[in-house]
Design a protein around this ligand. Structure first.
Ligand code: SF4
Length: 232
């Protein structure tokens, strides 16, 4: 899986684990700049969000939004997706990686939604995970964004930031997710996923983390972090 190579490099990146108090301070600072972080995927209803998240596996949100712009103008429900058909869907999403498999899964999950759930998106992670193309990460995003449940989907950004900083170290996405759910306390847990994704996407980037301008530099336990410049 995509995490395999990263996992080897992620062991013992941090000098020590952050304390619970440091974690609270970490999110308090990120919340100053962005009190209500939201997904950068474009969608107009729950079904479109589910489809967008399925399409976003190993793809960027920007790339998914470009592909779904025209699609979501006419397809708002699973039945409309079924009517569009697999080939019709492929014509919209062929710029996205793995588009053949994703198109197959989106059509199959649309049939399941129509046949078993009256066209609605289930509000339960375990049920969502039974849908074609929906894994734990996708299900976590959907129940968090649509239904306000306290979950934390671990993608490559969350995985990297949690390990580097010492917030929630772990060798697998599931271990990191469990550590986040244990160590990040309310009220920060609710939006931890989006704060960590955005921090990883724009500041704590994979190749050149912007440590010199990072608002949580003094809290971060990353062994290789660059010190922030002295004030004044
Ligand atoms: S100090 Fe550097 S490594 Fe630590 S969270 Fe900030 S950007 Fe990431």
């Amino acid at each position: 899986m995509a995490f395999a190579g990263i996992q080897r490099r992620m062991t013992k990146l941090a000098r020590r684990q952050m304390t619970v108090a440091e974690i609270a301070e970490f999110f308090e600072r990120l919340a100053v700049a962005n009190p209500e972080p939201v997904t950068e995927l474009a969608y107009a209803n729950g079904y479109q969000l589910l489809v967008a998240v399925v399409l976003s596996a190993q793809a960027t949100d920007v790339g998914v939004n470009k592909a779904t712009k025209r699609l979501f103008e006419t397809v708002h429900t699973p039945q409309q997706m079924i009517d569009l058909g697999e080939d019709g869907l492929k014509s919209h999403i062929r710029t996205i990686g793995l588009f053949n498999a994703k198109a197959r899964n989106v059509i199959a999950l649309s049939h399941r939604l129509v046949n078993d759930f009256g066209g609605d998106v289930p509000d339960n992670r375990d049920t969502l995970e039974t849908l074609p193309g929906v894994g734990r990460k996708t299900a976590n995003v959907v129940v968090s964004v649509l239904f306000g449940q306290e979950t934390c989907a671990v993608d490559t950004h969350v995985f990297r930031v949690a390990n580097r900083t010492g917030m929630a170290p772990g060798k697998t996405p599931l271990l990191v997710e469990n550590a986040i759910m244990k160590r990040v306390k309310p009220p920060w847990r609710r939006h931890a996923h989006h704060w960590l994704i955005l921090h990883g996407r724009y500041t704590c980037t994979a190749r050149s983390p912007k440590c010199a301008v990072c608002p949580v530099n003094d809290l971060c336990q990353f062994r290789a972090k660059m010190d922030a410049p002295a004030p004044g």
